[in-house]
Each structure stands twice: as C-alpha cells, then as structure tokens.
Design a binder for this molecule. Sequence first.
Ligand code: GLC
Length: 712
Amino acid sequence: MKTYILDNEIKIFSYGEPIETEGTIKLNRKETFFEDELNVKYTNDKSSFSFKLREEDLVYGFGANLGGINKKGRTYKSYCTDDASHTEDKNALYGAHNFFMIIGDTCKGYFIDFPSEILYDVGFTDNSIFSVDIDGEDFEVYIIEGENPQVIISKFHQIIGTPYIPPKWGFGYFQSRWGYKNENEVREIYEKFKENEIPIDGIFLDLDYMEDFKDFTVSEERFGNLKELSSDLKNQGVHLVPIIDAGVKIEEGYDIYEEGIKGDHFCKDENGKPYIAAVWPGKVHFPDFMKEDTQRWFGLKYKVLTDLGIEGFWNDMNEPAIFYDETALNDAIESAYLSKGENLDAHTYFKLKDKFTQLSNKDQYYQSFYHELKEGKKKNHDVHNLYGYYMTKAAYIGLETLLERKRFLLISRASIIGMHKYAGIWTGDNSSWWSHLELNVRMMPSLNMCGFYYTGADTGGFGGECTGELLVRWMQFSVFTPLLRNHSAIGSKVQEPFSFEENTKERSKELIKSRYMLIPYLYSEYMKSISEKKLMFSPLTFEFPDKKLSDIEDQLILGSIMLTPVYFKNKKGRYVTLPQDMLEISFSENNIKTNLKREGIHYMDYSLDELKFYLRENSMLPYVEPSQNVKSMNIETLKVIGYIKDKARYDLYDDDGISLDIKEKYCTHIKVEYQNTDWVIDVKNTNPNIKEIEFYLYDSEGSLSQRTIKIK
Ligand code: GLC
C-alpha cells in the first residue's frame, strides 16, 4: 500500500496497481506515510473493509442508486446494470458512483476509485456495520475530512473536476417517445405543441430514426429529409436529439461495421475474435472505447448527424446492455427442445423458464470479452464501469471538434464518477409509478454529490401507464431538474401533455410555462453550483443543520427556494416542515400568489393547478415572463420576488449559453436592504440583455412593496 496527500488535504490509500480511471483530474499527490486506517482484508482476490455505524450516523452518496438520501439499511452494488425494473429489492442501476459520506460525531467522505464491482452493505445485515467488498486488489480510496457534508463535497469536487455544461437550450422542455415512427409524426408532435402554445426546446429521436438499429444511419424511408426537418425545427428554436447505441450491427456493407473491423476497433473474445453479443439489431460488436484511436474514430462518426444540423445526443445501452449471446441462447433453446413432451415439475419448469427470462445481461457475458487499455488486456468485468464513460468521452471529443467548440447536449445512460465532466445522465428506464417520482426526488442530491448535475428522470415514467395526475405531480417536481424530458416506451400509454384529458394538458402547459419563467434562475443556480462546488439540490439538513430535519427527504433546497413535491396519488396537499419563516409562492395560470408562512410544521394545500414552493428568509428569486423556447426568451424585464427581514443578496449568473469556452460571464448582483422603514436597492449589472428589474419585496410581516429599477 502507498499513501499520498493532496493539496486540499485529501488522503489517498493506494492498494496494488490501480488502473487509471480518469475518475479524478490530474492531481498533485505527494507520497506521505499514513497508517492504514481502513484495515483492508484480502480473501479470494477480493478486498474488504468496514466501518462501525452508530444509530445516529447518517450515510450519504452513491449517486444513481435506489433508496433514500440517507443510504442506511440497504445494500448497493456498484456495477453499471441495465435492469428496467427498478424495484425495492434491486441494488444496482446504470451508474457506478463510489462516493459516500459517513456523518456522525465526525464527518468523513470516501471515494473508491475502482472500475469493477463493489458491494456495499450499509447496516443492512447488521445495523452497526457498514461493509465494503471490492472485487479486486487494485484500487484507491480517497479519504476526505471536513466539518460538515458541504465541506467534504466541495473538497471532493475539487479533485473530480467541473461538471459538464449543457447549452442553455438544454434547460428547455423536451418531448420524447420511443415510437415516433417517421418525420411526419415528429412534425405533428411539434405542431401540437405550437397549436396548444406549450413551450418546447427539443424532440428526442429514439431508435425509430435509424435504419435497422444501425448507429449513424438514418432511415431513408421514414426520415429521408432529416436535414430539412432539423433545420425547420431549429429555425423555430427546437432541437432534435437522436439516440446512439453502444452495439454496432454486424452486417457486410455497413460502413461502421466494416471500418470497425478494418481499424481493429471492436472488443475481442478469448480467442482474439471480435466479440459477438446481441442487442437491438441482433448480433453486434462492441467498440472498444477504452482505446484512444477507437474513441477518436467513433467520436467523429457523429458527423453523419451533425452534418444534418444536429447538436444533441443521448448515448444508450452502454453498460453495455446485452440481450443474449449465442451460447446462452442456444443453451436455452436446446433445453426447451429437450423438455418438449416432458412432464416438468416445479424445479425443472422454473429452471427452463429462467433460461429464457434471465438471458439478458448475464454475469458470464461480461467475463467473456476484453478491452485493450494502457495497462494491457482486461476482461470487461474488470473494467466494466468504464465502458459507458469512454463511449461518452468519445462522443464528447468528436462533438467538440465537429461543432467547433459550440456547446452540445449530451447525456448517457451508464456512468461512473469522472463522466460528469463530459455529459449529463438521465436516470434510465423508470416506470409510471408514484414510487419512482419519489425516487427521482430523493436521488437528486445524491447525484449532485457524485458530480452529476445535468440530470433528470423520464418524467411521467418510461414504462407503464401514466395517469394525468401522475404526470402533473411529476412535472411539479421536474420543472426544477436541469434535464426536463418526458419520455416513454413504445407500447406504453402515450404521454405528451396533449395526449391526456383537457385539464392535464392545461396543467402541464402551465407547469412548462413556469419552467420557462424560472430558466434564468435555474441556469444561474446550475452554473453557480458547479463553479462553487456545492450541491444544486440539497437535503434540508445540509442547509439547516438540525438533527431533527435529517429524516426529511422529501423537501429539497434549491438555492433561494425549498421544494415540497407531492408524490402520492389522490392528495390535495402535504405536511411541510418550515425550518424558518418562508414565503409560500404559487405559480398558476399567469398569476403568482404569495403567502407568508411561519416556522413550524403545517399541512399545506398543493393542488394540481399550481406550482408551489417556498422562498427562504432573506432570499430573492428572479424570474421572467414565459417564452415559447429558450431562443425566444426575453430577459429585458427581470422580475424579483424577495422575502427580506433585514437584507438579502442574489447574484444572477448568465452567459451566451452556447459557447464551450465562456468568454463573457454576465452577472447581476442584487442587494436589497430594509433600512429605516424603506427598501434600499443596489444593483450592479453586466448583463446587456437586462433593461429593468421589477421588485416584489415582502417584509418580515409579509407586506408587499413594489419597485422598478431601470438598468443604465
Ligand atoms: C433503452 C433506453 C430507453 C430507450 C430504449 C429504446 O431502454 O433506456 O430510454 O427508449 O432503450 O431505445
């Protein structure tokens, strides 16, 4: 074991010969001796260590995984997994986010830099033990100390690097569905948004646009005029965002396949032949994204689509997901033949059934193909969690060149800490379940802790049947998440706002309009959070450190405001804990209502016809009039609601929203003070687009004063 210290005093314990994961940025590490405080044990090629947990300790982290904000009482697996059924009994989703904090008498954060499987048992088997089992001997553990969770997070974010910055239009509303079968349908969908005056910034294209599920192809028959479609929509401020899958179809004459073979770009099996798996198109090869020349090759292939004017992509199935391989499928078929005419008892029947139902994503597949890394040849299993990362890095490198350093939208399904520098993530194939709305709420702070800020869930749920009520409740939350996309699976109930009954359509429309009113604020909060290395979505107790509040996981702080989503059906409101006096704000159809609420626990009405949240004491919230899209957003008149007992300050950040190298950062520093029975307002502004600011200021008693300041 070697030990190091970093400039910001993070300690590194390095075991064996760790593989470079790019999980951290280049760091100035100094070799320094530390006792092995983890007391790592090795048995059967696995390493393990554990922590003592006390009843009152809190555990946070693990990014995209199930469970609450406090991760105690569960097991978690860090292994990028394609499992569309995110039920209570599961312990792995699409991301591998190995950062956690134990907060009790002392506060410590841990980052395990390791690309394969890790199992965490956080007081599940024994409530006083948190055990970590690492499937290997070569890894590093970063130990981060700090007086509170925010300090730990900020130190951690210093070493993992700044998160991806989407274009500003990435904060608009996106409509998506697997099953928009041709250009006409996409145009029709857009027309309906226009007709209903529902704002929108983009339509995602799923597999349907491709020819036979082949990456970087466009179906001539169904999407023959994609360039025209893309430019028509873009002229109206709407972007197309096509999907790209990890598997490349094996087909003679298909250029990507042929170039991949010629250029030796595919992962190999144990005999050195390109590994064959099956995904959407049937048999595929997987590009070996861990090779730099493969990254460059694949990344530049996005040109097929950028040439059509496209500036946004979603990388999918990059855990990588495998439906089956030939051996396992044949074995299942063989067993079925052998069973024909047999009298199967329970054991033999279930065994046969499992051969088919458990064909996808079998452990054995990930043991049977290889990557070439700087460190040599490695089995996929041993570096499994890096696959989606390198696919997405490849896209980033390509797009950076192809779009000449203009920003692009890029999200990936699989991820590891480190990928946050290159793209956002969506939280995968959830369902139209109330519990998945709740999961979305609870996951946001954990994702931020692990560096993922540009993120959101499939609003309304991907699988299953979404009701109007669920859609509206979900939107009441996801209008605050940086990625706001309504996406659903082929075969499920259609889910565009106008596909529901009239009142759901109207409510959705109003919520989306509210989103556009809040984009300047959300963009500002996003950019400030990533540059100041703090969470955008915080658990209540991080901002109001009172032990009693640590149980509250369904109220989140987002800068000046507190979110209190309703995530149960047939509810007309909910209990809200106000840790201080706050101003209740409700946006509804061209109307903003406010109400002063005093510290304490209250039952608050929260109807389907509004967007409700709370403005913190001595805080301000800027907003604008709604627009049809980000391109047409007008911030000439900025409005600000303040709830100010003595003084408040808000710094509104802005920029051109489109260049990767931000040259001009605009800032509007707003200071408001209540002095001698009047308001003193001080604004320093460098944003050329703001001409005036309208203030709606509420004092400690909730009395409103209005002021308008012209910006010179
Ligand atoms: C995967 C994705 C989902 C997509 C589907 C078809 O399940 O997670 O979002 O719609 O594949 O491409």
